[in-house]
Design a binder for this molecule. Structure first.
Ligand code: ATP
Ligand code: MG
Length: 380
């Protein structure tokens, strides 16, 4: 039975204070999933108590490059040998290799001496086994550290990236579609706390729509531990924009209004960026002209992590993070309901501004819906 799980950090190039902050944040994040007393964090490794639940939790934590369930013994050859003998008794293999590392430089044998020694132990206690350093059936890793030695055979890849909450916050426009949940995941990977913003238009959107958003955010929250959603009832503004004289611009005007609202909310809560699941050229409305015309209403940077993705690349990630099956369920989406027959694909700023002058109550209505917005909290 394993005693611990050895965790290796991501972003190994980090130095000095950046590295210290990284480790402290990772420790806090681990504590959202794992009992505090079961976590020990060192300069280059973390150790947590082994349990199937703790092992499972590591799948969701950014900032970990890889991890291994380990046997922990005292730093002496006899105890290590005992574990190695147990491993070779249980495993079926023809070829093997030993990969020993001496982190504790005071230990009386070097890494290559350890490899020789334990290679000999395996050969002595088995029959017809061969050493194969390139692609062995069984690789036994031994790490000699200051107080203990760790022996393990599995290397599991972690999510990599930076620990969430280590790089401030982004206000993320989330829909029930495939793209925006994947974009949220990629922003979390860079250490951002993702705060969600969603627009609904009841009664056109119903409980199916809000349930779907809840399920998607619950799933993404697994990677963040906790999250907040600002949900805006947008119906009255959608109806108001519907009165505009140039119907082709309805979607453009709605998007500009989304981003004006996002910008106001972000400033109110001291959030320094806005983000979305937009792509370039995937659908007719996602043109550079459209992005250009819409983004002038924001003074904050807008992150679009999926800008250059092919759809199948996005789908692969959606499947990996288990949002795909939720996203493909039918529910009424705000934009689909509202789309005119021939929306403008290359809108320009001047026409958008002119039409907004027609809609002179827009600013006031936007403040109203912000004041009425619902705030929902999610935890794991
Ligand atoms: P998605 O799969 O994320 O819905 P999409 O390919 O369907 O994206 P659009 O519907 O054009 O593209 O939406 C582009 C982006 O606008 C979305 O990724 C999302 O960030 C934002 N967005 C769309 N609808 C909403 C909404 N109802 N509430 C909040 N944000 C939205
Ligand atoms: Mg969509």
């Amino acid at each position: 039975m394993y005693q611990k799980i050895l965790i290796r950090y991501g972003e190994l190039t980090l130095k000095g204070d950046n590295k210290k902050d990284f480790i402290q944040q990772l420790k806090k994040n681990l504590a959202m999933y794992i009992q505090k007393d079961d976590i020990k964090v060192e300069y280059d490794r973390a150790f947590i108590k082994y349990s199937p639940e703790n092992f499972e939790a590591l799948k969701y934590i950014f900032g970990i490059s890889s991890y291994s369930p380990v046997f922990e013994v005292k730093n002496n050859l006899e105890d290590i040998e005992e574990v190695v003998k147990n491993i070779i008794k249980e495993k079926t293999f023809n070829s093997f290799a030993i990969d020993a590392r001496r982190h504790n430089k005071n230990f009386h044998m070097s890494s290559s001496e350890l490899n020789m020694h334990f290679g000999g132990v395996v050969l002595k206690n088995t029959e017809n086994k061969t050493v194969n350093l390139k692609s062995p059936d069984l690789k036994i890793y031994i790490e000699i550290r200051d107080y203990s030695a760790y022996i393990f055979i599995d290397y599991v890849y972690g999510l990599g990236g930076m620990p969430v909450f280590s790089s401030s916050k982004t206000l993320h426009l989330i829909s029930g579609g495939i793209d925006s949940p994947v974009a949220a995941h990629l922003l979390q990977k860079r250490g951002l706390e993702v705060v969600f913003l969603n627009f609904i238009t009841p009664p056109h959107t119903d409980k199916l729509t809000t349930d779907k958003i809840d399920r998607i955010i619950n799933q993404i929250t697994k990677y963040q531990g906790q999250a907040t959603l600002y949900q805006i009832n947008y119906t009255k503004i959608m109806n108001y924009i519907g009165l505009v004289s140039n119907q082709k611009y309805k979607i453009t005007l709605m998007r500009r209004s989304f981003y004006r609202i996002a910008n106001k909310i972000a400033n109110k809560f001291n959030i320094k960026a806005i983000s979305n699941g937009e792509n370039l050229a995937q659908v007719a409305s996602q043109t550079l002209e459209s992005i250009y015309t819409i983004s002038e209403v924001c003074d904050l940077p807008i992150f679009r992590p999926l800008l250059s993705f092919d759809k199948n690349e996005t789908i692969k990630i959606a499947e990996k993070i288990d949002t795909m099956e939720i996203s493909i369920q039918r529910a009424c989406e705000t934009c689909e309901l509202f789309a005119p027959k021939n929306p403008v694909t290359k809108p320009n700023r001047e026409e958008a501004r002119r039409l907004e002058e027609e809609l002179n109550l827009l600013d006031q209505l936007e403040d109203e819906v912000i004041n009425e917005m619902q705030i929902k909290k999610y935890t794991i």
